[in-house]
Design a protein around this ligand. Structure first.
Ligand code: PFF
Length: 473
């Protein structure tokens, strides 16, 4: 490992790496974004296309990015440059690493704001459960005695309060910086090995709860009965962006984590495990949320408010809703934290390698800058609520500041960088080096290459083209 960021060693075991990478992958993308998009885009067809993208492009690209990281052994930019050099290619391929680091940095800025909303609901639901205990009924419904309007109104009240929004965003960013500053081994790895198992236990509890108390049949039908009339180029673009976002592809996280992986780890099965676990959690999140939503006759297409407004209303009339509501938000908080540390690690590793800064200083500089952009996102809900930064561009016309950064990274930067990764690993990087890194051989290697060389670039290119220029169809 040449990079300074990795000084002091990488992951202590394969398990530690797998947990950290799953921690990076599983996050708000799975529990907030995936059900929201599936709900808005009609359920089954979106879910099917999503799974198709994960199998055909996502999993092969996860392997591609981790192998680039390990073969390059530095931060995202340095790693791509090293592999280009070893392959006798132009060093300007390192621009690919730069694109990823910028995307990761921008995602971090709004991710932390949304994670702040989650913290708000951890506090609210925690206080709610304690008052349920105090009133002698720990198994009361959430926000007992409040009307539907009062419950949903809490989200509006939060959005109208810039100080609270920014304070929560700051709290989350400080936690993220603190973990990353503690190092790969003592910070990132430790956080993942504690938080991820806890996350899975909580996820199973809430899913079983939803299956028993909610309308599981309707949720299954909604998520797995495809209505292909709902598919459009924009839906495909959305599904692709979501697959990349959810697998933590194209944002520097996996490339950077890959550099800390030892030579003894077999990368192909590891990449498969990461993609599988991430997809499983997204589907479980749907199966956790939709039964509850349907049980009380609420709208699955509620958009970003689905988990913050719709679910608390549902928990209101459900048994033990106060307790389950609190568990639900704690679970999301854990997932968000293990993802945000990977978003911060990408640019931080680059700053350490490039400028020779101490890890702690680098993490604070990067986290602090992302915090400032996040402040603009938070203000976009109140003081700057009229601002539509990308309104000149049809597809982003009505997007506020946060949605604009989310949309620009998800719909443009991530697919573009995925396209470049596929072309670089498939066509430009030295074939022997790549083959040795994957650990694949024979038919499996041929299949993986087919997906990386052809399926991924063609599909991503088409989706980008028609998603961004719907008029072409
Ligand atoms: N995969 C994370 C999620 O689904 O919430 C988000 C993310 C993390 C994207 C790390 C990109 C990344 F590098």
């Amino acid at each position: 490992m040449a990079g300074k960021a990795a000084e002091g060693g990488g992951w202590s075991s394969r398990t530690a790496f797998v947990l950290a990478a799953i921690g990076a992958a599983v996050g708000l993308g799975n529990i907030w974004r995936f059900p929201t998009l599936a709900g808005e885009n009609g359920g089954g067809a979106f879910v099917l296309v999503y799974i198709g993208f994960v199998l055909l492009l996502g999993a092969p690209l996860v392997l591609s990015e981790i192998l680039l990281g390990r073969a390059g052994g530095e931060d995202a930019i340095g790693s791509v440059r090293n592999v280009a050099r070893k392959s006798g290619r132009s060093e300007s391929w390192k621009g690919l690493g730069a694109l990823q680091i910028i995307a990761g940095f921008l995602i971090l800025s709004f991710y932390s704001v949304v994670a702040g909303w989650v913290i708000n609901y951890v506090f609210l639901s925690g206080a709610d459960w304690f008052s349920a205990i105090a009133s002698g009924d720990p198994f009361a419904g959430a926000f007992n005695g409040e009307t539907q309007d009062e419950i949903t109104g809490r989200m509006g009240a939060l959005f109208a309060d810039p100080v609270r929004l920014i304070g929560l965003h700051l709290l989350f960013m400080v936690a993220t910086v603190w973990i990353v500053a503690s190092g790969v081994h003592d910070g990132i790895e430790k956080a993942a090995t504690w938080l991820m198992p806890a996350f899975f236990v909580l996820l199973v509890i809430v899913t079983i709860y939803g299956a028993f108390t909610g309308d599981f049949g309707q949720a299954l039908a909604f998520m797995f009965t495809p209505d292909f009339a709902k598919l459009s180029p924009q839906v495909l673009n959305e599904a692709l962006g979501q697959a990349l976002f959810s697998l933590s592809l194209s944002a520097g996280g996996l490339l950077t984590y890959g550099a800390y992986v030892g030579r003894d780890v077999n990368l192909a099965p590891t990449a498969g495990t990461i993609a599988f676990a991430d997809t499983l959690v997204a589907i479980l999140a749907g199966l956790m949320i939709f039964p509850i939503v349907f049980a009380v006759g609420l709208d699955p297409a509620a958009g970003p408010a689905l988990i913050f407004q719709t679910l608390p209303v549902a928990f209101n009339s459900m048994p033990a809703g106060a307790l389950i509501g609190m568990i639900f938000f704690v679970l999301i908080f854990f997932a968000a934290l293990t993802s945000s540390i990977s978003l911060l690690e990408g640019p931080t590793a680059w700053v350490i390698d490039r400028f020779g800064l101490e890890r702690r200083t680098a993490a604070m500089v990067v986290g602090g800058s992302a915090f400032l952009i996040g402040v603009a996102c938070a203000l976009g809900y109140n003081v700057w609520s009229d601002v539509r930064p990308l309104s000149f561009w049809g597809i982003f016309e009505n997007a506020d500041i946060l949605d604009s950064i989310d949309g620009f990274t998800g719909k443009i930067m991530l697919p573009l960088s995925a396209l470049l990764v596929a072309v670089f690993v498939g066509w430009r990087a030295d074939r022997n080096l790549v083959e040795a890194e994957t650990g694949l051989s024979g038919g499996m290697f041929a299949l993986w290459r087919l997906l990386v060389c052809w399926a991924a670039p063609i599909a991503v290119f088409l989706v980008l083209l028609f998603g961004l220029f719907p008029g072409l169809l």
